[in-house]
Design a protein around this ligand. Sequence first.
Ligand code: GAL
Length: 844
Amino acid sequence: MGTKYLSSSFTLMVLILLVMGCEMIKCSVSYDNKAVIINGNRRILLSGSIHYPRSTPQMWEDLTLKAKNGGLDVIDTYVFWNVHEPSPGNYNFEGRYDLVRFIKTVQKQGLYVHLRIGPYVCAEWNFGGFPVWLKYVPGISFRTDNEPYKAAMEKFTQKIVGMMKSEKLFESQGGPIILSQIENEYGKQRSALGAAGDAYMNWAAKMAVGLDTGVPWIMCKDDNAPDPIINTCNGFYCDKFYPNKPYKPTMWTEAWSGWFNEFGGTIHERPVQDLAFAVARFVRTGGSFINYYMYHGGTNFGRTAGGPFITTSYDYDAPIDEYGLIREPKYGHLKELHKAIKLCEHALVSSEPTVVSLGISQQAHVFSAGEGSCAAFLSNFDTKSAAKIMFNNRHYKLPPWSISILPDCRNVVFNTAKVGAQTSRYQMLETSSQLHSWDTYSEDTTALEDSSTFTAPGLVEQLNVTRDSSDYLWYTTSVDIASSEQFLRNGQKPTLSVESRGHALHVFINGNFAGSAYGTRTNTRFTFSSAVKLKAGRNSISLLSIAMGLPNTGLHFEDWSVGVGRVKLNGLDQGQRDLTRQTWSYKVGLSGEKLNLVSPSQVSSVEWTAMAAIAQNQQPLRWYKAYFEAPNGDEPLALDMGSMGKGQVWINGQSIGRYWTAVANGSCGVCHYTGPYRSPKCQAGCGRPTQRWYHVPRSWLQPRQNLVVLVEELGGDPSRISLVKRTTRSVCVDAVERHPMVANYQVESTSTKRMLHQAKVHLRCARGQSISTIKFASYGTPTGTCASFRVGSCHAVTSQAIIEKMCLGKESCKLSVSNSYFGSDPCPNVLKKLSVEAICSNTA
Ligand code: GAL
């Protein structure tokens, strides 16, 4: 962005206000080329995504308070159409879907809201947020210039905006909503659809602006967003992004803090040093709005996960973890970054950067706004080496792939690669409340033809039949085998092959389980092919086809089909028999679903068998139930499903989601923070189930007799399912001593002074815990990372004793990383650090 824009920014701001159709007096949020303007002030805004249905209302206050304490100004959420309008015209804004309550909770914390209405949201959410009934509106085509679609989209958008207005939630009415989003990442779609895409987006822009919310609208990842809508960036980095008009601010609506996971895949992590580097890069080139996607990812409860195969956990490696606990060092390091950026706010919003080259891969971006207001960002893009540079006649050392922030153009208050925040390691500890009184109930896999809903010639598309009321659809047919068939005598079995368009399939022959096959998230087509046991006479073939989350992304994903495609039997005397076109009977869902066995009031409607009475024979397709007492305390809870296969699980009638212990396949190596991040870069959890633990919200429990019901498709040992609590196991610090030169500089601003003064590092266990052991302590040149620290060639012998004295028996302690603190300098002229691992235990 050039300085030429700045001079005319005021005129342009007024122009934008007029375009938006609101007068200066009543319109309190606007924008210019530098920033979003709230009540006349340009702001650097730090924002984080928290999706309300991915946690419980009981968690919202704590989550938003943590967000505020982490230095955020704004909470961003999508609006999830399919949960709000489960059937046309029937709305649901209760419980987890209470959008107004969520926004008011954010408001109570003094934070703003960015409301991303969509109503297409992507978000790894079932069907990208669209209600499935929408697909069956006559003549509809999603996300294009199509009248039925536009009418439905407008109606829902109006509904949401109307609700917000009547609750006075827009900032123009004194509420917290400062921004709204229409559509989501339309750019790619627009290129694919051409003129129809353009017409649709022009219509969407006009429709949204016409709703007269008094706050700006944005469109993310669509370079052609029409005025006055601001186009914004989504990505791992956005410092190469500029808005499509010189009078719009540079905004980053999705700074991906990690990545989502899929069953059978590895866990994706993003090092905080790289995330902080990405944010600092964006700010130094003039970016003024950053939203972490996600700040708290949460859980895809019920059947809300998109797909196929998105895990129930939507943890996202976010600063607040799935369970609502702070993830360190991610949270703490970003908090420091936010403080540093805020110290620069005045200079950032008032000037354009001057860029000075300091080396091949080193630069200074200097924002100088007069009257002593100056902020500098010193960057080193070298992925291997630290750089020693001169800036304003002073020396600075920059670690590889890092930016130092100097809010007064002299003192470094923060470097993106130097993490002072502690690392927390959590554990899943068994609770004293174990699941008891296990009973089982078997799905009938023998008489499916009798209980089927309808028969039809040929194979039908799954979603057309289920309308997504269940993941499951039974396809059943029969095959007559003549007693003269050779295979009945020679011991060779015929092969059944089933082509499926997703997502998973279990095959039953004459009621007996004969095997399974699965697609993948990116390739949902697969073929089941296996020798099967057939008898002379009539045989039944039942295929249980499973949709594991409807797609949420891709061109016209609403047209993608699910279910069985072709079925053939090979190895008969006649060769091959094609079963595709014969008569099939269909049954939607499992009997246990129809009977609503998961609900405490309906659970007794069938005869259950006590588990103790049956042999543990790993039977597929069984329901199980048990009871448990709520454990004391307030630690988050989870079910350890490690002993099970694949299915769904409910507590007191509420679905905690799909589970699957599919083992993570990928490549888990050492993860370096340096160098560009992409989601395959830092994988974890290879060889273990992608998801073993399933969040059980505390608020869903009663003191006693909590009912857990699950349906297991494959087989497993439910008696080994346990209720665990998530607690801090240990905390670590790994902090470099302050560069001695820094201390010599003159510091004028008191807030900069305060930040510099915080050279201390903290060790903090969870509430109700204390530090019981110092497992490792070394001031010197220790190596390794938390849980695997080792003493290096330089080590202050006083380290252990000093840390023990300061920390043992305490919930938290403050430590200095300096020679004087440890008595003397253990190795002069060597840059030292302090590494500590402390074990946290519950105080009785
Ligand atoms: C973006 C999309 C988000 C989410 C994200 C990946 O492209 O806008 O909704 O799907 O990708 O987590």
